[in-house]
Design a protein around this ligand. Structure first.
Ligand SMILES: NC(=O)c1ccc[n+]([C@@H]2O[C@H](COP(=O)([O-])OP(=O)(O)OC[C@H]3O[C@@H](n4cnc5c(N)ncnc54)[C@H](OP(=O)(O)O)[C@@H]3O)[C@@H](O)[C@H]2O)c1
Length: 328
């Protein structure tokens, strides 16, 4: 089978290598022109332009959520012959964009619980985790390579379950770390700031419940047990979740911080905390904490000169954030 991967970043390069080396697929990476020299050593084909009428069984979009619209248009306009479309984005919203851009095609959502970073120009996967996927279409039409990637693989019953379960792993200590330019371990150990994080987590769990979206376990993560933490008092969650976050990603800058440091003019906060706010609006549940994170991140992403107001100012940021919880 032939697979087109759109976006040769951390996930695109890592997944492309797995598909080629472990699953034996013919892989083409659609990259930015500036990336082509650095990708020349790979055993897969890298291109920056699509040949009209080319055939691919699967197209996997591994661009950031805010790049999906443009990348999908680029693929749609190339007049390719395609069977299946996949979205790999964290958060919620990109799947709808992809599915509507390619109506009639089988659509699947996929994610990984393995953190992948580019270090020294190469994708570096973390040591633990696996892949998970879901589709609204017929499961038996999924490709055979899913079972040949050589990683733990979970098929989740619903796309929204997959997305919310992954969001549960991503949403805590992400935006606040980005605003503060601090690591998760520092937020976990700051009493007021982590209290705010827990309030945001409770908002998220409440809106998922109100929207009747079931959580699903993902490779290496008992998400359903984590979701049940909401029923415990803060003091218990603080130690259980705090130590989990510290162990799993305490010393790694979260994705939103990486993007802010890189000066990207857009951010996936819209599909992370933004998704919580939208789910809350849908079900009439207030989400002041997530809204505060969304609005403050939006402001800093739009105008980087505002960042010093937050960077390292954990006492003051926590005070303002906790104050925002009182405005319903
Ligand atoms: N990394 C992880 O551990 C991980 C885990 C699970 C899920 N995810 C999700 O996977 C997605 C990708 O993450 P990532 O870490 O791989 O991001 P990334 O490293 O930024 O990779 C995205 C790549 O796509 C390129 N790109 C964007 N639009 C393009 C287009 N139209 N044509 C060709 N190339 C294009 C980008 O180039 P520019 O930089 O020039 O824009 C960049 O090289 C995100 O939504 C993320 O939430 C990531």
């Amino acid at each position: 089978m032939s697979v087109l991967i759109v976006g040769a970043g951390a996930i695109g390069q890592w997944l492309g290598a797995l598909l080629h080396e472990s699953a034996g697929e013919s892989v083409t990476l659609l990259a930015r022109p500036r990336q082509l020299p650095d990708l020349a050593h790979l055993p897969m084909r890298s291109v920056s332009q699509l040949e009209a009428e080319a055939r691919f069984d699967d197209v996997i979009f591994t661009v950031k959520a805010f790049q999906v619209e443009e990348a999908a248009l680029q693929v749609a306009e190339a007049g390719l012959h395609l069977k299946r479309i996949w979205g790999f984005q964290n958060g919620m919203g990109s799947d709808e964009v992809l599915a509507s851009r390619f109506p009639g095609l089988w659509f699947g959502a996929m994610t990984t619980t393995i953190p992948v970073y580019i270090e020294n120009g190469r994708p570096q996967p973390g040591p633990r985790g696996g892949l998970a996927w879901a589709t609204k279409h017929e499961r038996f039409l999924a490709p055979g390579w899913l079972l040949r990637l050589g990683l733990p693989m979970t098929a989740v019953g619903r796309v929204d379950s997959l997305k919310c379960s992954k969001l549960l792993l991503n949403v805590t200590c992400n935006s606040s770390c980005a605003l503060l330019d601090m690591l998760p371990v520092e937020v976990v150990h700051h009493g007021p700031m982590f209290s705010f994080e827990l309030a945001c987590l409770r908002e998220f769990l409440a809106v998922v419940k109100a929207n009747r979206i079931p959580f699903a376990d993902l490779p290496n993560y008992k998400v359903t047990q984590m979701a049940a933490l909401a029923y415990l008092p803060n003091i218990a969650i603080r130690s259980l979740l705090g130590s989990k976050i510290t162990k799993a990603r305490g010393q790694k800058p979260p994705s939103l911080l990486v993007d802010l440091r890189a000066g990207r003019p857009q951010s996936e906060v819209e599909v992370l905390n933004g998704a919580v706010v939208r789910l809350g609006e849908k079900s009439g549940i207030p989400t002041p904490g997530n809204r505060w994170l969304l609005e403050n991140m939006r402001a800093v992403v739009a105008d980087n000169s505002l960042w010093p107001r937050y960077r390292g100012q954990i006492d003051e940021v926590a005070r303002q954030a906790l104050q925002a919880l009182k405005t319903k």
